[in-house]
Design a protein around this ligand. Structure first.
Ligand SMILES: [Zn+2]
Length: 214
């Protein structure tokens, strides 16, 4: 028997996930060297402002399959890797009504969400978005909402959310309707980030053009 050697491109799981593969090599005989590549993340990436899927209305989820549950698990890991507190399906290029969020000390996997009611009081807070890198703005949202959604086991969950979890839920819910936080700010404030938005959209076009050439 030859000796087995494991090769990792880097020590950290984060780096491995970033590159989407693990590289394994081992000796089965002293002079025969074999490599295997294993897909770790299903080449998940963040879709950036300017990509059509972010502006689309996502479609309801019919059956909650084991594939969807795996995807939700991967999204939670991916979101943490990117230091996000929420990640909606259009942000990974999937136009279906689900998202994950990690706010208020609880991870939620949210499928077919509805916002049943909005409280009267609102608050402003600085928001960012993984799909709008480098941009953050104060956004006014309801402080309290009542929501209903299905979790990954298909159970219907009803919750009253307030403050930060309510904000994150509203932000992610917006993604499913093709709405980004920059669509929620006043025209005058939007003018301050219009250059950044144009820059992102231009960069996205360039990336798509380069990809199309490959
Ligand atoms: Zn976002």
């Amino acid at each position: 028997m030859g000796k087995a050697i494991l090769f990792f491109p880097c020590h950290t799981g984060a780096h491995v996930r970033e590159h989407g593969f693990l590289l394994f090599g081992f000796f089965c005989k002293p002079h025969i060297f074999m490599y295997f590549t294993t897909q770790y993340y299903s080449s998940m990436r963040i879709y950036i402002y300017g990509e059509k899927v972010l502006a689309d209305t996502a479609q309801p989820v019919g059956v909650i399959t084991s594939e969807l549950c795996s995807l939700l698990n991967e999204m939670v890991l991916f979101m943490r890797d990117k230091h996000g507190v929420g990640l909606a399906s259009p942000q990974i290029g999937v136009s279906q009504r689900f998202f994950v969020m990690d706010a208020g000390g609880k991870v939620r996997k949210v499928i077919n969400p509805e916002i049943l009611s909005f409280g009267n009081s609102t608050a402003e807070m600085e928001e960012g978005c993984l799909s709008l890198p480098g941009i953050s703005m104060r956004v006014r949202r309801s402080k309290r909402i009542a929501v209903r959604y299905q979790n990954e086991t298909g159970e219907t969950v009803r919750e009253e959310l307030k403050d930060y979890p309510a904000r994150v839920f509203q932000h992610e819910f917006d993604h499913l309707n093709g709405i980004l936080f920059v669509d929620r700010i006043a025209q005058i404030a939007r003018r301050m980030v219009i250059r950044d938005l144009e820059r992102l959209a231009k960069k996205t076009e360039e990336v798509k053009y380069e990809a199309a050439r490959l």
